[in-house]
Ligand binder design. Structure first.
Ligand SMILES: [Cu+2]
Length: 456
């Protein structure tokens, strides 16, 4: 905790920012969280009512009401985040976790956020997408002095427009974001809004990426593109919780991208519409059905659909490399190459040598390979029918007829009605496939050199 004395010293730096002395008299206790399990939605204990979101493998930061102002306390600090069972990453985050907690407020709320910096370097928080006084925008050097280690700064503004937003550092941004610092910010509408429907389930998560060598725990912060862990809220499959809904629910999913590349987010079994971005609600006339929406860098997308189809529906980034965990990229393609003779020779020298990849790489999902102590297998996760062969940005939308309203718990695997699962054909043998016959005459392509006019 920051002592009152050095808190007041920090407060002096922002005295011009119209925060009353009474408000600064005491800090709200910072709330820290251990563990990466999804917390149930935080029902608002006071203030304007709203239907809370569910942050995948995350939580919402409790606030304190102080004379009509919602006060939050963020603590920027090094954290240990379990990215999947058995794999802990040494990251930077807020209040014990990466990402930081979700901040949920209501349109028109007066919001005061205390930010205590327990990082070894300076910090500043930018409130992405908010309309606010320029001096509250959180860009170190440009709109405020940076927050030195050990100090607490205070931000205060009105949450003017409803929507899906986020917060992230704007001081040594490349390093601090590569280390896992960011969080979601949801501003709920204060009344019925013509472009914002009430939903039964409201999920949110951030897309993030890390470059952590297998066997180590700290991200490499200089990596620009070649990340090896593609995460949702600093979790990778099979560590990402499923999205559990009741059949017929209207579902909203809010996604923000703070990686260095775009992510086409794809849902199976349903069509959705993009109903909002960090720019606000999308006009109804500008919405169209999709099953994949690309979330570009620094963007947020809010999609909605009716969960009409029962089952376990894959929900993932459509870049196939982003549904994999850490792997070596220097692996040659061995599909179709018979290197068994070579393997025998190598095994004489290196007894543990394994031949992989001549039939594709699916074997790797099941292979009992010795892994370094602290890493996530490249592609793993068991489903009811075997290995799922995925990692990274992958989860499952579970739609159930008997899921209780508001019950976000995991119902287990879907029990398919008899006769509705793809299966081996055991009926009458199928006729041999008919081969396309070559067209009559010479079908080869004749290449002719361009005439070289200089010879004539
Ligand atoms: Cu992706």
């Amino acid at each position: 905790m920051v002592s009152r004395r050095n808190f007041f010293q920090a407060g002096a730096a922002v005295a011009a920012a119209s925060v009353s002395r009474v408000a600064l008299a005491a800090l709200p206790e910072p709330v820290l969280r251990a563990g990466a399990q999804t917390a149930p939605p935080l029902l608002p204990p006071d203030g304007r009512p709203y239907r809370p979101v569910l942050t995948l493998n995350g939580w919402t930061l409790p606030w304190r009401m102080n004379a009509g102002v919602k006060e939050f306390h963020l603590v920027a600090e090094p954290v240990v985040r379990e990215m999947s069972p058995g794999f802990n990453a040494h990251l930077w985050g807020y209040n014990g976790q990466s990402p930081g907690p979700t901040i949920e407020v209501v349109e028109g709320d007066r919001v005061r956020i205390f930010v205590t910096n327990r990082l070894p370097e300076h910090h500043a928080v930018h409130w992405h997408g908010q309309r606010l006084p320029n001096g509250m925008d959180g860009v170190a050097g440009l709109t405020q002095p940076s927050i030195p280690p050990g100090k607490t700064f205070v931000y205060e503004f009105e949450a003017r427009r409803p929507g899906t937003f986020m917060y992230h550092p704007h001081a040594d941004e490349m390093v601090q974001m590569a280390m896992g610092m960011y969080g979601l910010w949801i501003t709920h509408p204060k009344a019925r809004h013509p472009l914002i429907d009430e939903v039964d389930r409201d999920f949110c998560f951030l897309l993030n990426a890390f470059d952590i060598e297998p066997g180590s725990a700290t991200p490499k912060v200089m990596t620009m593109l070649d990340f090896n862990l593609w995460a949702w809220n600093s979790r990778v499959f099979p560590g990402i919780d499923t999205l559990n809904v009741r059949q017929g629910d209207r579902v909203r999913i809010r996604v923000g991208n703070l990686t260095m590349t775009n992510h086409p987010i794809h849902l199976h079994g349903h069509e959705f519409t993009v109903t909002g971005t960090d720019g606000g609600p999308v006009p109804k006339s500008a919405r169209w059905p999709e099953v994949t929406t690309d979330v570009a860098v620094g963007q947020m997308r809010q999609v909605e659909f009716i969960a009409s189809e029962e089952g376990d529906w894959a929900f993932h980034c459509h870049k196939s490399h982003h549904t994999m965990n850490a792997m070596g990229h220097g692996v040659p393609t061995m599909i179709g190459v018979d290197h068994s003779g070579l393997a025998k020779k190598i095994t004489k020298l290196i007894p543990d040598y394994m031949v992989m990849g001549e039939r594709g790489m699916a074997d790797m999902g099941e292979m009992e390979m010795p892994l370094p102590d602290n890493t996530a297998p490249m592609m793993t996760g068991q489903g009811p029918f075997g290995g799922v062969e995925m990692g990274g940005m992958f989860s499952v939308l579970k739609v159930r007829r008997d899921q209780k309203p508001g019950d976000y718990s995991d119902p287990g695997w879907f029990r398919h009605p008899p006769g509705t699962v793809a299966r081996e054909w055991t009926g009458a043998p199928l006729p041999e496939p008919v081969k396309a016959t070559a067209p009559a005459g010479d079908a080869s392509v004749r290449a002719r050199k361009p005439t070289d006019h200089s010879q004539h």
